[in-house]
Write a protein that binds this ligand. Sequence first.
Ligand code: NDP
Length: 637
Amino acid sequence: MAFDSKHNQEKSNAFDPDALRAKYSEERDKRVRPDGNAQYQEVKGEFSYFVQDPYIENEIKRDPIEDEVEVVIVGGGFGGMLAGARLREAGVDDFRIIEKAGDFGGTWYWNRYPGASCDIESYIYFPLLEELNFIPKEKYTNAPETLEYCQLMAKKYKLHERSCMQTEVISAEWDESIGRWIICTDRKDRIKARFIVNSNGPLNRPKLPDITGINDYKGHTFHTSRWDYSYTGGSSAGNLTKLKDKKVAVIGTGATAVQCVPHLGETAEHLYVFQRTPSSIDVRNNTKTDPEWASSLESGWHAKRRNNFESFLAGVYQKEDLVNDGWTELFRNLFSAFRKRRPPKYKIATWAVSSVFSPKLYKLGFESYMREKFLNFVGMDNLMQEMEMADFEKMEQVRARADAVVEDPKTAESLKPYYRQFCKRPCFHDEYLQTFNKPNVTLVNTEGKGIDQITDKGIMFDGKEYEVDCIIFATGFEVGTAYTRRSGYEIYGRDGISLTDKWKDGLSTFHGMHSRGFPNCFFFGPQHSAFTANFTYSLDEQSIHLAYILKTALAKGINLIEASQEAEEGWIETIVEKARLTQDFQEKCTPGYYNNEGHPNVLAQNTFYGGGPIEFFGLMDRWRSDGNLKGLELSNK
Ligand code: NDP
């Protein structure tokens, strides 16, 4: 049966939902592998060169440090920087940020590949914009401006003077006898700290496919997060002149590849793009910042805009779409469909959603109860069906764009994503699809299988060897592996128990931030907390939360903070309970790191807070308003 989308009855595009459902599950089934995360290998040992820092100009030479600070923050990305900034605001100045890279920036320090930029609107992606009185130059910023902004943040909050760069933490151990953490580094530092904050970033550890022959390759190779400009020439703006006489292969077609492929295609003698699953490539439509708009912004605009965007993504009704881009489109269409149709049920529903789901009321804590009431009223099934139809419609547009842009029909077909928009990170680009019209660019569609083998000369797929001078791995980052494997250091809590041991049967935290047995130790999520596309928002909320706890503790002379057994067990129950809300969606998705490589909720306990970020932030806000640090055991001994 062909379905004439209710959202766009005036449009003629028709699709068959049953056929699309069948196609989506067929494409998913092709890709689910029993080995899940084990299909990738850890970048260590003989692969260590994949994670060396190619950007350090002057290596720091210094003696080991042996001293004590109040707070050690591990990680100098946006999380660590925000933690420092919010601690400064709270009057906690005695902290030290330890960062293995040469400077601040985290993911932006490492990911300087050509074309690197952010698909989340810069006006909401950059944190502390009002505090820094800064407006990015364009709606979607790029890597250089983001790194510049990190420098501005560091300057404003005097972070450099409280940091230790080119230094990698190798262990953190709780010393019960003195009530301090002992943090050891690869520079033989031994730093004591009352509190430790682990802000390691969710995408910090590059991964490689565990493919036969990967060691045999004799050509040049690197991972996108350690771009070798000495080999390619050029800069993050492109112009990779040294590739003019080189045959290059890129493995992977995720958000990173989508941004660097156009630059590679521009200059390489020949580019082979090895695709396992196509990304969804929607219109980007970047624009310069309108100075008039920028000067019209009133105090509080930033928080309002961030919250508005996040609400759209969480399906929380908003009257106005401030960001108004491809991320918010799905729910924008859905809400406007509710409004347009206006049968009484939806009229009331619209009113109910707008009043009940307003962020203000969220803070009052009625959301779970009222959401349930609302969903019962509208009908959960109805809402889910509407969302699915809006999604089909959106993805039909994305697929039609591939047909419209890519000249070769077979290549166009191969570039069409058959899954729901938020199964994988949606991409927005205005040159990626066009690259496949170039005579020097070949898409090797592996039909969900991935490449077969790497040889000494290149890549084998389907019996054919593609000889190349260089293989670039755009294969992403470890997400579903053990926390300490990704962070790169072990944490030993009370009685010498390691975090790896404590979490071996599943994550165990209170609010994602504390874990019993690890006193005065704080973790920045997304594990057990908010998973959001605009991740700096979540990091900022976590920093505010951390600063509140530390300020309160220090003011009250509290020396020890630890999650109570009861609170931690309660939080795990909440995480498991809320995981049910997303389970069905994730199970039907094509594999990727969003759904644990096609094995979602193998352990429901290991997921994010399933109620969504807005609900989570509201919960944390109310917890702070209570003022009694409920769920934490406190001691001033
Ligand atoms: P991803 O994990 O998103 O992509 C990895 C790619 O490698 C996928 O296409 C994957 O295919 C492919 N792959 C893995 N193994 C094989 C194999 N054996 N053979 C062939 N292909 C293989 O990593 P990215 O670095 O692209 O992106 C990571 C995240 O970084 C994004 O999700 C986003 O959060 C962030 N980011 C944001 C950007 C933005 O704002 N625009 C830009 C870049 C990154 P398959 O899909 O089949 O698994």
